[in-house]
Design a protein around this ligand. Sequence first.
Ligand code: PLP
Length: 519
Amino acid sequence: MNQQTYADYMRDHFGFTGEGQLTDFLSREGGELMLGGRLNLSELARSRGAPLEVVYTPQISTQIARMRHWARGARRRAEYAGRFLYAYATKANFAAEAVQTALQAGAHYETSAAADVVIAHGLFRQGLLPHDRLIFCNGSKEAGYLEAIRNLRHAGCANVIPVLDDLDELEALLDNPAALQFGVRERAAGNRDGTHPGNDRFGLTAEEIERAAARIAGSRHQLVLYHAMIGSQVEDEAHFLATLRESVENYARLRRVTPTLRYFNFGGGMPTSGYRLGFSFDYEGFLTRLMVTIRDTCAAHGVPMPDLIGEFGRYTVATHSVVLLEVGAVKRGQPGAPDWYLVNGSMMVTLPDSLLVDGQEFVILPLSDWERPARPVRLGGRRTCDSDDVYPRPDRAPLMLPDTGAGLVLAIFGVGAYQQMISGRGGAHHCLSPEPARVIVTEREGRLVSRYVPQQDQATITRLLGYQPHLTSLAEPAPATVAARPPRVAPLVMRPAGNQRRRGYPRQPRISRVVAAGD
Ligand SMILES: *Cc1c(COP(=O)(O)O)cnc(C)c1O
C-alpha cells in the first residue's frame, strides 16, 4: 500500500492541491508558504531559523480594507442609509505596530481598561489618533478608568464615548464640565442563549437603560450609542443574527424616546479564519442581513437607521502574526499512541488559549517536506517541563505532519490576537521559557521593511526575578552577547544569509539585506 504523503493528506481533507490560496491569509507558491501573498515564511525560516515570531502588519490593513469593502457592498444591497464604522478592539493586541497600523487603515478605537485610554490619549496628542475617530470605552470602570476618560475629554477629544456598564459610572461622569457622548451596553445580549455565562456580567438591564437615558436627557450630555455584544468568534451566522435581532428591536424602541441616539454597536464576535483550515464565513452576507434587519426594524418603529459599528479584535489581528518552531527530537509514544515531536518552544506560553478556551485550536503547518509520508504526532514544548505543554489537547485527535522528525519547522498561525497579551511580553515566563526572536515586517511606501528583535536573554529574565545578573551569567552566553546589540532595522530578507541550515538553540540571530517580495 502506498503511504499517504502530507500533500495527499491536505488534498483529501481540505481539497488543497498544494499550490495557490489555502486560506484567506495564506497561500503556497512553488512549495513555499506565503503570508498575505507577499511574505515568504519558508524563506524566513531558512534565513532566520526557528524559534521565530513573525509579525506582518500589512495583514492588519488587508483585514480592515476587506471588511470595509464588504460593508460597502452590504449597504448597497440592503439600501442601508446609515454609515458603517470599523473599530479596532485594542485588547486583542496592544503592540504599537498593531494599533498604529489599524489607525492608519482608518479604524476607530475601542478600549477595555484605564491603561488603554492612556495609550489612546498619547496617540491623540501625537496626532496618530485623528480627531474624527470615535473612542468607545467599554468594561467596568474603576476610578482610574473614569479619570482617564475625563482627562482625554478635557484634552479636547469630543469623540470619547464611555459605554456605561453600571449606573454608578454615569453618576461619576455627570458633573464632567465638557459635554460627553454616552453609550449604554445591553446586559441581556451577553448571554441571551444561556451558553455564555460570564458574559452577562457586562452592561445594564432594560430598566437601568431607561433610567440612564432619563438621567442623561436631563443633563448637558447626550446618549448616542447602543451596545449589544453577544460573544467572540461567533462562526454560526444565523445564531449571530438571531441573537442580535432582539437588541436591534430594543435599540429602535429606545430611539423613539431618545432622539440623540445614532449608533448601533454590535461589539466583537466577528470570526477569523486563523484557527481552523476549512473555515468559511459569509462576511458580506452577514452584514447585509444585519443591515436589512436594522432597516426593517427601524422602519417598523418609524425611526431613522443608525450608523452601524463593529468592534473587531480577533478579526483584525489574529492572522497577522505567526510563530515558527522547529522539531528538535522525536520521542517514541506509549504503545498504540502517536510519537511526540518535541519543539524548541512552549505551547503554554505561545498559545495560552489552547489551555484557557475550551476547544481552542490553531492552524499548524509544516514549512517543508509536503512530499514526505504523513504521520500522526503530538507536539511537546521542550522549553517547559510541564505536562500541559502539549498540542493538541489530550482529548483531541493528533496532528498529521510529515515524518521528517528533527529539523522540520512548523508554522503556528492565528496567534496574533490575545495570545501574547495573555502570556505577557518581556517578562519571566513559565519555566523561564525565553521569548523567541521577533521579525516585525511593515509596509512603507509599498515596500516591505523588517525590524529584528533578538531572543529575550537569560540575564534580563533572572534580573526580573530578583537575582544578581553576575551570579547567573553562566547561562546562555551567546544570546546575552547578541542582546547587548540594539535591534537593527534591515530591509526584508528574502534570501538566506548562508547556505547551511542550522539546528538547535540557542541561535545566533543573523541579520542580512536584500529585497522585499513583490518589488
Ligand atoms: C473583547 C471585546 C471586543 C473584541 O472581541 P473580538 O471577538 O475579539 O472581536 C469587542 N468589544 C468588546 C466590548 C470587547 O470586550
